[in-house]
Design a protein around this ligand. Structure first.
Ligand code: GLN
Length: 268
């Protein structure tokens, strides 16, 4: 993992700090520092990145560290800016509503977050960096073949997500129960409080791989794309994210990160 502080940053960051200090005051969300290339950042030497834990394998805790696909991808951005990524755990909706940016909590958010029109009105999205669909997981022998098979079935969905929205719009015959995060949804399944969980395919396949008593029953083609986000109109930072991600796709770095977290190279 590359979370280093480069010496080259020291001068411009110190200068930016002095200038900000001279200006005095400034709201809490006012950028106080800059990364390489003059990109405004909240704090000197850091790229503060909001997420909602846990969303394995995109971001989750392992041996006291937050690791995952999104973490590795954003590390490339931090490296390019000459700063260190610092992860901030926050409720998912503070990211999708833009509150996490508007209160100056984070420069970026990476949370396996789907780009939607509604969210794009209040936050600035990068280009899509990962394709996703919905899926339904249950006990391996549950035999739920399709949406019709969910009639009368208690199913967990996660607050504020596209999976919950899909369930509310399309699974009216199921008994939808909402949980604050993915681990609580999966725990409800393991406890027998629900019989199925709807969420993004990436996280549910990962869960089934680690828990062979459970299996993805079917996929739901929603054609979602994950985006990294920043404060609305922070195009300087989002342009940088797009630049870094597209370079990583070209030089094979993206594929090797993908392989590390998903065990195989991307299909396309
Ligand atoms: N991709 C889904 C969404 O954006 C779920 C994201 C998440 O739970 N971290 O709503």
């Amino acid at each position: 993992m590359n979370r280093r502080l480069t010496a080259a940053l020291a001068l411009p960051a110190a200068l930016a700090l002095t200038l900000t200090a001279c200006g005095g005051g400034g709201s809490e969300s006012e950028p106080a520092a800059t990364g390489e290339g003059g990109i405004p950042l909240l704090e000197e030497g850091k790229l503060k990145v909001c997420t909602h834990l846990s969303y394995q394998p995109f971001q989750f805790e392992r041996d006291g560290d937050v690791v995952g696909f999104d973490v590795d991808l954003v590390d490339l951005v931090a490296e390019e800016l000459g700063v260190e990524q610092e992860i901030v755990n926050t409720p998912f909706e503070t990211i999708t509503t833009g509150a996490a940016f508007n209160t100056g909590e984070c420069d970026l958010a990476a949370a396996g977050m789907t780009i939607t029109e509604e969210r794009a009105e209040v936050i600035e999205f990068s280009e899509g960096y990962f394709d996703a669909n919905q899926a339904v997981v249950a006990k391996a022998d549950a035999n739920i073949a399709d949406e019709a098979g969910l009639a009368g079935v208690p199913i967990a969905a996660q607050t504020g997500t596209t999976g919950l929205q899909y369930a509310e719009e399309n699974l009216s015959d199921a008994e939808i129960i909402t949980y604050e995060d993915l681990p609580l949804s999966l725990q409800a399944l393991q406890n027998g409080d629900v019989e199925a969980v709807i969420n993004d395919n990436g996280v549910l396949y990962d869960f089934a791989k680690e828990n062979p008593d459970y299996a993805v029953q079917f996929d739901i083609e929603t054609g979602e794309e994950y985006g990294i986000a920043a404060k609305k109109d922070n195009t300087a930072l989002i342009d940088k994210v797009n630049e870094v991600v597209s370079a990583a796709k070209e030089d094979g770095t993206y594929d090797s990160i993908y392989e590390e977290w998903f065990g195989a190279a991307p299909a396309n």
